[in-house]
Ligand binder design. Structure first.
Ligand code: 9WN
Length: 468
């Protein structure tokens, strides 16, 4: 792991700041972007993992770790493996991978809700604490990406370490979280979607009481470090806290979810990543001598279920389904375009999804990447979390989908739009969908990591060692 100590040395010389350098914005070359992205990832490195942001998110997050590893693989595959391994050290015996793995050196007051809130029942020596909920399963995809950057005996050993763990994570989601037996995994909390505050959850959340009393004696950390106008409202936050408490107090059990729990929803992005993970596992299995067929079968089954259960012919996209009512959410959210990443999607669905992405609602053809919510919706909000802003991870996935289905020109347009956005604004957490201004954390890890991936794809820079 010599490259990890190199990273440590680099970190020491980088001031921990969450602001990009002023000036020179329009001068930035791809090489500048590359160096700046490395600096963001180095500054956000903490002992054995990368935090999403020093200010807002001081622990390790699950799907962030996958996106971060994809970028790290471009500059330092050892560090990518190491980072992702640290997440899986917190995996539960039932296979779930916590949505946050807590850094024991971070004080409880520096993030809410921290380990004291989650009170995870099972603490195992040598395993870090995490939460009891999950995030989208992007990790198999990341493992396969890292392997491809630097294949060889050591990388094969990593595949062998990850394979049973990834399979256990998939098994947990495909069995315990299949609340209706329809072949889709349900989320039990908006935080599990990764698109936390999306209008996709509004209909289902309306049934959850917004009791502000649950916030009494509990201090929101997010509003202390980010503008309240960008973050979920107190009402929604109260619902988030109440749902987390209910799931926790039910012992993090998943039986009879639809009858016992107030929020049980099938998300198109979550399930598309679940199927994409099976495709990645098939490739991994082929390298390590396991059976790819079982994964390809599962991928095909999940893909069919996404298409059967979540497609809305009126809107030409997928929608979240409230398992308790059986109804699709009426909101047109970007999460409903992400199934484009699935290889087995019927061609008419692909055509409809691309048309929806290119329409005025999402604006794929324009110079700006795709917004997180229908731009023409009355409640479209350009700065509030997942209710309008542009996010790089989602656009990176959409670009993969475009390439998967041969839409290479649109994929290039999207790549250019993403690079232009960070060239102008920096490695922000998310971006205003009209002005392109950066919003949220100014040194956000997955933005930097995925831009490294986009840059690396074009110019094939060195994968390790100093780039100077
Ligand atoms: C709650 C860390 C995470 C991302 C999510 C993003 C946001 C947290 C929050 O930050 O979620 O998990 O406080 O809103 O929505 O996608 O993983 O970057």
């Amino acid at each position: 792991m010599s490259s990890i100590s190199t990273a440590h040395t680099a970190i020491a010389s980088i001031p921990v700041t969450d602001r990009p350098p002023a000036g020179q914005l329009t001068e930035r070359t791809p090489a500048d972007l590359w160096h700046m992205a490395r600096a963001v990832l180095d500054a956000n490195w903490s002992r054995n993992h990368t935090v999403p942001s020093r200010t807002l998110y001081p622990h390790q997050w699950s799907w962030d770790a996958a996106f971060i590893a994809i970028g790290l693989a471009r500059i330092d595959p050892d560090r990518a493996w190491h980072d992702l391994r640290s997440l899986f050290l917190a995996q539960w015996p039932d296979g779930r991978v916590p949505h946050i793995v807590f850094d024991p050196d971070v004080a409880e007051r520096d993030y809410f809700p921290g380990p004291g809130f989650w009170q995870v029942p099972l603490r195992r020596p040598g395993h870090p604490d995490g939460t009891g909920i999950v995030q989208p399963p992007a990790h198999a995809l990341a493992v396969w990406e890292i392997y491809q950057r630097a294949p060889g005996p050591q990388a094969e050993a990593e595949l062998r370490w990850f394979y049973p763990r990834l399979v256990a994570a998939q098994d947990y989601l495909s069995s315990c979280r299949d609340a209706t037996g329809d072949g889709l995994a349900s989320i039990v909390h908006p935080w599990e979607s990764g698109l936390d505050n999306s209008p996709a959850w509004d209909a289902a959340l309306a049934a959850v009481p917004a009791d502000l009393g649950v916030l009494v004696g509990r201090q929101r950390h997010d509003n202390r470090v980010a503008a309240a106008a960008h973050r979920p409202t107190d009402e929604d936050y109260a619902r988030f806290v109440a749902l987390a408490l209910a799931y926790r107090d039910g012992g993090y059990r998943d039986d009879e979810l639809a009858a016992r729990h107030d929020f049980v929803v099938e998300c198109p992005t979550f399930n598309a990543l679940l199927a994409a993970a099976e495709h990645a596992l098939a490739r991994i299995a082929a390298v390590i001598g396991a059976d790819p067929a079982v994964h390809l079968d599962r991928a095909a089954r999940i893909t069919r279920a996404v298409d059967d259960q979540l497609w809305n012919p009126q809107t030409g996209m997928y929608h979240a389904r409230d398992v308790r009512t059986g109804r699709l959410s009426p909101a047109r959210c970007v999460s409903g375009l992400v199934p484009l990443i699935l290889p087995g999607l019927p061609p008419d669905r692909v055509a409809a999804l691309v048309a929806t992405a290119e329409s005025h609602r999402f604006g794929l053809s324009a110079s700006m990447p795709v917004a997180s919510y229908d731009r023409s919706a009355a409640d479209f909000d350009p700065v509030r979390y997942w209710r309008g802003p542009v996010w790089i991870n989602i656009n990176w996935l959409l670009r993969r989908g475009l390439r998967e289905h041969g839409h290479l020109d649109q994929a290039e347009t999207l790549r250019d739009a993403m690079l232009e956005l960070v060239r102008r604004s920096g490695y922000y957490e998310y971006f205003h969908p009209e002005t392109g201004d950066g919003v949220g954390s100014a040194a956000f890890s997955w933005t930097a990591a995925l831009v490294l991936d986009l840059l690396g794809e074009g110019e094939a820079p060195p994968v390790s060692g100093p780039v100077d």
